[in-house]
Design a protein around this ligand. Structure first.
Ligand code: HEC
Ligand code: CU
Length: 267
């Protein structure tokens, strides 16, 4: 049997199938060679880590260790020189999270106990937001970070703007611990400290001592008792303009004292 005595329709089908396969192979080669798309890999032997870090491994070559946790990525902001190629190592401190760098092909899962890796070259200046696309709890929608690529910088650095501005304040030990709790207990998912509007919950900037209006029109001064009650029984008084969505979180009385010290420091 030779090719010539195959049915004409079948011949067409075989020809199309061969062409489509060849096309796919060419696209894969193109993606690998010209678009720099690499297949993300799991690094089973990689040492686990819980803190973000950055290391230079060559000219414009970096390794960045990213930590995903409820509900944040660390580093929050990575600044890169234009043209930098980064090996991203991703770990999770708690549950599964997603890790997608907008504008790139980097799309990983952060899985506890495992390190995942992808490599990306940043050829264009700009902001590359990172989002979590794996539902991971009630703060999921606020879980993001950003990579800033600029030809004005020469080295890769972490720039935690919130940390930088707050470190200027002299925080007491209690307030420092409160600040930590604020992140650890997940308050940052709904409350900010910079006064920006549009959060799920009210900003803590200037909260202490302020007069707050509740949904039923009652006015309350935000003192220790009110803040304690707001944390222990979040649905008892609802701040006007907000939804009754704050969960009861496991925070002890001592921890609440520290959180209050921290709130006092956010003027
Ligand atoms: C899921 C989102 C969410 C989380 C997480 C959350 N809150 Fe709230 N919180 C809210 C919302 C919404 C309000 C406003 C409605 C209300 O009064 O319950 C609020 C109100 C408050 C108030 C009163 C604020 C004011 O302006 O009067 C305090 C204090 C507070 N939260 C503290 C905390 C602390 C401390 C944590 C972390 C332990 C926390 N919240 C975690 C959503 C959240
Ligand atoms: Cu997440």
């Amino acid at each position: 049997m030779s090719f010539s005595n195959i049915d004409a329709t079948e011949k067409k089908v075989v020809t199309v199938a061969v062409l489509v396969s060849a096309g796919h192979l060419m696209l894969i080669a193109y993606a690998a060679m010209f678009l720099n798309i690499s297949v993300p890999t799991c690094q089973p032997n990689e040492k686990l880590f819980t803190e973000p870090s950055i290391s230079k491994i060559g000219d414009l070559r970096y390794e960045v260790h990213y930590v995903a946790k409820m509900w944040n990525f660390l580093p929050k902001k990575l600044v890169l020189p234009k043209g930098a190629t980064v090996d991203f190592y991703l770990g999770s401190n708690d549950v599964n999270h997603g890790f997608h760098i907008n504008g790139t092909h980097v799309n990983l899962m952060a899985v506890p106990g495992v390190v995942n890796k992808a490599t990306q070259t940043f050829r264009e200046n700009g902001n590359y937001p990172i989002v979590c696309h794996e539902y991971c709890g009630f703060g999921h929608q606020n879980m993001n970070a950003v990579i800033l690529v600029s030809d004005k910088v020469t080295e890769a650095v972490f720039e935690d703007s919130a940390q930088a501005s707050e470190s200027k304040l002299e925080l007491s030990a209690a307030a420092k611990s409160g600040k930590e709790l604020f992140g650890v207990k997940g308050c940052t998912a709904c409350h900010n400290v910079d006064g920006a509007a549009g959060g799920v919950g009210p900003s803590f900037k200037g909260l202490y001592g302020r007069t707050e209006e509740m949904q039923d029109g009652v006015k309350v001064t935000a003192d220790d008792a009110y803040i304690t009650e707001s944390i222990k029984e979040p649905l008892k008084k609802i701040v006007k303009g907000y939804n009754p969505v704050m969960p009861v979180l496991p925070v002890s009385d001592d921890e609440i004292k520290n959180i209050i010290e921290y709130i006092k420091s956010i003027r």
